[in-house]
Design a protein around this ligand. Structure first.
Ligand code: GLT
Ligand code: MN
Ligand code: MN
Length: 389
């Protein structure tokens, strides 16, 4: 029997080169897995059913590499893409590993560091576009502070805006077909990172010169670390037309950035997320920004990657079942109470509507008595998840 949960390119699953190449290093311990060659990495992703890969400039081309070596690596990457059919869906800049970025990149207090960050990003954009990337992610991992006195947070917002305005204009000038997706994170590696949530990013985007080119790349782990409801943040981005990319993974609340296998924590929350994505018409990549447990060996990494995709497809099927469940549908119908007469008055303002609404007879006690059978609803949802429904 064919495996209904086998990932295929049409599902648009993608992985960052850094995810499957993660060697298991953490702040307390060295690598537990050998280095993985980026070209072998791309080929293996294609083999297990991913549609695309993403990369930071330095995931592919080591920092400071010669131009001739760069061209050789790019040629090999293109060959791997041609041989396997895998695409490059997104690219980004490493603005956090080299010590030059120890106090930030675009928001550094040092004008020369800011200039270097722009220069590095322009080269990385060229590289991404050369490989076919259509989305460019900005994750400001070092754009923050531990010592608040050292950094003027208003000035840092202005610097961030200048950088985005400069780079969107650069993309337009080059006539690249590329949009930007901004990724928020509350902390780590900095004590506090500027523009800490997807909501902050959405507000910031509205202040940019070419805001139509800029959306968000929310990450499950990042809102969850802050104790927030990730699905609600993604919903706001969708409603604003700004969900350009998404980083899927697993995370416990209030912890360090765990970047666990998709669905490995909070299955119910993850199911709600998949249902939202699938119902929204979002057509972009389903990107996994996660890594295997440090305890896995080189082979186990691919169990991790397969697990991310398989869980997504299983949850997609569960979401379909939820939406086809008659009992669930009946409860949802019961709790979404329309009222044509009242909505005519309340859904759009006119002075006449306002007057009529002020005079309308609304019995708060009777309204408060209306049934909201959420216990039954949530139990039905649990039973779908648990596989008995
Ligand atoms: C890094 C970070 C991620 C970002 C990547 C893009 S790099 O792994 O933890 O959340 O999406 O820069
Ligand atoms: Mn991410
Ligand atoms: Mn993360």
């Amino acid at each position: 029997m064919a495996d209904a949960y086998a990932p295929k390119p049409q599902h648009k699953f993608t992985f960052g080169l850094w995810t499957t190449a993660n060697p298991g290093r953490d702040p307390f311990g060295e690598a537990t897995r050998p280095a993985l060659d980026p070209i072998a990495n791309i080929r293996k992703m294609a083999e297990i059913g991913a549609w695309g890969f993403n990369f930071h400039d330095n995931d592919l081309i080591p920092f400071g590499e010669s131009a001739s070596e760069r061209d050789k690596i790019v040629k090999n990457a293109k060959k791997a893409m041609k041989d396997t059919g895998i695409v490059c869906s997104m690219a980004t800049t490493n603005l956090f590993s080299h010590p030059v970025f120890k106090d930030g990149a675009f928001t550094s207090n040092d004008a020369a560091v800011r200039a270097f960050a722009l220069q590095k990003t322009m080269h990385a954009i060229d590289l991404g576009v050369e490989l076919g990337a259509k989305i460019y992610v900005f994750w400001g991992g070092r754009e923050g502070a531990e010592v608040d006195l050292a950094k003027d947070p208003i000035e840092c917002m202005k610097r961030m805006r200048e950088a985005m305005n400069f780079l969107t204009q650069y993309v337009k000038d080059q006539k690249y077909d590329l949009t930007f997706a901004l990724e928020a994170k509350p902390n780590e590696p900095r004590g506090d990172i500027f523009l800490a949530t997807t909501g902050n990013m959405l507000a910031f985007i509205e202040t940019l010169e070419h805001r139509e080119m800029v959306g968000v790349n929310p990450e499950y782990a990042h809102e969850t670390m802050a104790g927030l409801n990730f699905t609600h943040h993604v919903a706001q981005a969708i409603e604003a037309g700004k969900l350009f990319h998404i980083d899927l993974n697993g995370q416990k609340m209030g912890r360090f950035d765990q970047d666990l296998r998709f669905g490995s924590e909070d299955l119910k929350g993850t199911l709600m997320l998949v249902r939202l994505i699938e119902r929204s018409g979002y057509a972009g990549p389903r990107h996994f920004d996660a890594h295997a447990y440090r305890t896995e060996d080189a082979e186990g990494v691919w169990d991790f990657a397969r697990g991310c995709m398989r869980t997504y497809l299983v949850l997609k099927e569960k979401a379909r079942r939820i939406d086809e469940d008659k009992e669930i549908a009946a409860i949802l119908k019961e709790i979404n109470r329309g009222d044509a007469k009242l909505e005519k008055l309340s859904r759009s303002y006119s002075s006449e509507n306002a007057k009529k609404l002020k005079d309308a007879k609304l019995d708060a006690d009777a309204l408060a008595g209306r049934k909201l059978p959420y216990e039954r609803l949530d139990q039905l949802l649990n039973e779908v998840i648990l596989g008995v429904r």
